[in-house]
Write a protein that binds this ligand. Structure first.
Ligand code: HEM
Length: 809
């Protein structure tokens, strides 16, 4: 850009390629002489592991076959289903509205639109292609998927992440092509496997349901429409090859999702910098469609959408000119051939291109040529598209490619983009640029995104804790989120008041703390509080929690490893008589007692876990390894694989995120439900339920009796939850009378357990002073949760370990 050169040869390492921004050359490669050209082998080789062989990745005959298969689908009107788009746009509006401040002007908080747009296009595209949306914007709307024996239910929560991370790997592998073997492959393979599993599951469902697939989805989603269109369903009428269906749908998914989200992101990038364009556009939109009416159906028809407001097309075209979301294309010569220009001393003569030579087409540089676009080429001016009766364009403007491989989704993308613009401008009367002036707000994948790369721009994190993390933690955080401002304050142990003036809260948006909290008025910008504790009962009455909708997240998950170790070690210690032997050791006494005849090991015993959260799940993992069977008890029923999953944070490779360990599941809130579980034959009962009004004294004399009815005097009770969940007197009674085998208690009621309390001396009891959660790795794990949540925040995703205000945990 900037120089008066349009075609050049560029040596890179040990090979040469040609770069051209000459429209005649481009037309030759893409259209008029396309028989001499194809996309490079390495497009297919680098993308295939992630998305398979499909219309976007293939070359030669395989591409022709793919294009013939997929193309007819895009000629159908049904693909432009505005009802489908509207449903997901509503979620976008809801997400924006959630950040509206209560100030009189009704401004939203500063917000990063790009991740929200990415979520929306993912939701739209997955619904269009597979019939089920991933609902990344509103996970609660996800419909339970049916079980397909032999096929793992797809991970809808993380599919966007797997696609993005997989694509990032493809980009790096592509850039380092000859040396790609230097790159690690483990993570890439995992992302590819997750993406294939996702698409493969829907393909299976379609193949099994056959023609009834559409009806099945309509009855599951409750959305019946004569216009309903599902790409997979239609393609499967032509081919039943599962691999092909998988690859072709994934190819369209990738071609359609990021591109449109990036385009929309750039549209609003320019609109917020050009209020005059925003105002003119909004005036025309309101004139044609009227203002936004909440809860009224959209009155926008496909036919009138783009034609009736040509200025929308001008704004979109100007955006694509300034920021072509696919900034670079390429072709490779299939035989010795020529390009019309670029050769000779002046560069005006034909240029010989030997077979195998790669030619790059920098679209972004072609649309910044002053000789083609005029002296104001660097100015965003949609009006240029209206001059001289509307600008006609040829191969100097190819944001959707051109010739035989022209984008199949162009009309769909333009419709979707226009629709979102109309709805947002109907709804909001102003938009302002809140981006910091410094830094290049751009992320460069195979599409260009206007995104600072951190997504946490404008955020300020206050770390307030007694143990200050290692400096390397902050270095890592800074390198991942360069725009994040961080302040760190050390607290004395036991101190709760903030060690700084209240005015310092004013621009804090994120806090990491145990219970040092501002008032809602002191921290008007606060969005997210990461607690250092797994429990939240100490903040439930705080006005910041009670009277605002600020997101609070617990450190749920940090305790799983050490507490499950405590549970299993006290249980095994009891079964192996270790407390007795330690007593005898103190007396230097070699005495086996009865142990040679009555030590029981854990194999084939049954552990019942009351409260199958992160601690319960890790306990299940360890118990399973020892040969125990697991019975799980949860408040809400978990009848399907999907419902058994747990999205809360867990250290990698630990816990039971997919709910695979229990052999039996019990649930319910009534005594009867609880008794069914307690009566299922438990050798070890682990109490791991939070303390709430409903769980106070959950286990008392009747419950110990139910345990004993099935396993007389056999059940060992382990309480690592909270003392009051168990009725202490009844527990002592059950121990003394031998109704239960023994108990390990890390928590008691009262707590601390006073000197001389009779529980100290109860039969077969092991008591520790509320220490099972202690671990030198505690802080490290909390910080991992914070880092994970910052990433999710930056991507516009829901945070993990969010406290449910209704349930109180
Ligand atoms: C702003 C949005 C979009 C832009 C800028 C865009 C751009 C492009 C470009 C430049 C190509 C040509 C690649 C080449 O020459 O090798 C292409 C191909 C393609 N696009 Fe799009 N696209 C967009 C949206 C979509 C959507 C929404 C879909 C589908 C739902 C889609 C489906 C495809 C397919 C299937 C191809 C492969 C065509 C072939 O190689 O035969 N695109 N797109």
């Amino acid at each position: 850009m900037g120089k008066n050169v349009n075609t050049c040869v560029v040596p890179i390492s040990d090979y040469e390629l040609i770069v051209t921004r000459d429209p005649d050359n481009v037309q030759t490669m893409l259209a008029t002489q396309s028989v001499d050209w194809d996309v490079g082998e390495h497009r297919n080789a680098s993308w295939r592991p992630l998305f398979g062989d499909g219309v976007f990745t293939c070359r030669g005959e395989a591409w022709k076959h793919s294009r013939a298969l997929v193309r007819p689908q895009f000629a159908r009107d049904q693909i432009n289903d505005l009802d489908l788009i509207e449903r997901h746009v509503q979620q976008l509006l809801a997400a924006i509205d959630r950040s509206v401040m209560t100030s009189e002007e009704g401004w939203t908080e500063k917000l990063d639109l790009q991740p929200l747009l990415y979520n929306m296009t993912l939701d739209i595209t997955t619904e269009l292609i597979y019939g089920y949306s991933v609902h990344s914007q509103s996970p609660s709307e996800r419909i339970e998927l049916p079980v397909i024996p032999g096929f793992e239910t797809p991970d809808r929560e993380n599919i966007g992440m797997h696609m993005d991370a997989g694509k990032a790997c493809v980009e790096t592998r592509g850039a380092l092509w000859k040396y790609r073997w230097l790159l690690p492959t483990k993570a890439f393979k995992a992302h590819c496997a997750a993406v294939h599993k996702y698409a493969g599951w829907f393909v299976q469902l379609r193949l099994q349901r056959g023609e009834r697939y559409l009806a099945h989805i309509e009855s599951e989603t409750g959305q019946v429409s004569s216009k309903r269109y599902i790409l997979l369903h239609e393609l499967a009428k032509v081919t039943q090859d599962a691999t092909e269906l998988c690859s072709q749908t994934l190819n369209v998914l990738t071609a359609g999702r990021d591109t449109t989200a990036s385009l929309l992101g750039w549209v609003f990038y320019f609109l917020c910098r050009h209020p005059e364009v925003f105002n003119r556009l909004r005036e025309q939109i309101l004139g044609r469609f009227g203002p936004y009416v909440p809860s009224a159906p959209s009155n926008i028809e496909f036919k009138g959408l783009r034609d009736s407001i040509p200025y929308i097309t001008s704004v979109v075209n100007e955006t694509l000119r300034m920021a072509p979301v696919i900034p670079l294309n390429e072709r490779v010569a299939l035989r010795d051939t020529v390009l019309p220009r670029g050769g000779g001393a002046g560069g005006d003569e034909p240029l010989f291109v030997p077979k195998g030579r790669q030619v790059l087409i920098p679209t972004y540089a072609m649309t910044r040529r002053k000789d083609l676009w005029g002296p104001d080429v660097d100015v965003f001016r949609p009006e240029r598209w209206e001059e001289k009766g509307g600008r006609k364009f040829g191969f100097e403007f190819i944001p959707f490619g051109g010739g035989i491989r022209q984008c199949l989704g162009q009309q769909f993308a333009r419709t979707k983009t226009a629709y979102v613009i109309v709805r947002l401008l109907q709804r909001y009367d102003r938009i302002e640029n809140a981006e910091m002036p410094a830094g290049a707000p751009m992320r460069f994948h195979h599409t260009i995104e206007n995104r600072s790369g951190s997504g946490v721009q404008g955020h300020k994190l206050a770390v307030i804790m007694p143990l200050i993390p290692e400096p390397s933690f902050f270095d890592d955080l800074k390198s991942e989120f360069p725009d994040l401002e961080i302040i760190v304050h050390k607290l004395e142990w036991g101190q709760t008041a903030a060690p700084f003036p209240a005015s310092e809260w004013a621009d804090v948006t994120i806090i990491l703390t145990f219970n040092t909290l501002p008032t809602p008025e002191e921290a008007p910008k606060l969005e997210y509080v990461q607690l250092l504790s797994a429990g939240a009962n100490h903040i439930l009455d705080n006005p910041l929690f009670k009277d605002t909708d600020i997101t609070f997240c617990t450190a749920n998950g940090v305790h799983g490893p050490q507490i499950s170790e405590w549970i299993i070690s006290t249980y095994l210690a009891f079964e192996h008589h270790l407390p007795d032997f330690l007593d005898r050791q103190k007396e230097a006494r070699w005495d086996r007692g009865e142990s040679l005849s009555n030590i029981e090991d854990a194999v084939s015993k049954t552990v019942g876990i009351l409260g199958y959260g992160s601690i319960g799940r890790q306990t299940a993992r360890v118990a399973t390894a020892l040969g125990l069977k697991v019975h799980a008890y949860t408040l809400h029923p978990r009848p399907t694989p999907e419902s058994r999953r747990d999205e809360s944070w867990t250290p990698a490779g630990l816990g039971d995120p997919n709910g695979i360990f229990p052999s039996r599941w019990f649930s319910g809130g009534s005594k009867e439900d609880l008794h069914k579980f307690l009566g299922s034959g438990l050798d070890l009962l682990v109490v791991a339920t939070p303390l709430t009004n409903n769980t106070q004294h959950l286990l008392a004399a009747p419950e110990f009796q139910v345990l004993a009815d099935k396993r007389p005097g056999r059940t060992f009770v382990s309480n690592i939850a909270r003392g009051p969940v168990v009725e202490t007197d009844d527990l002592i009674e059950a121990l003394e009378t031998g109704l239960i085998r023994g108990a390990a208690l890390d928590v008691t009621d009262p707590e601390p357990l006073p000197d001389g309390h009779k529980l100290w001396a109860a039969k077969n009891v092991i008591i520790t002073p509320h220490v099972s959660g202690a671990s030198t790795s505690y802080a490290k794990r909390v910080l991992a949760i914070l880092g994970y949540n910052l990433k999710r925040l930056s991507e516009g995703q829901d945070l993990t370990n969010k406290i449910n205000r209704k349930e109180g945990y």
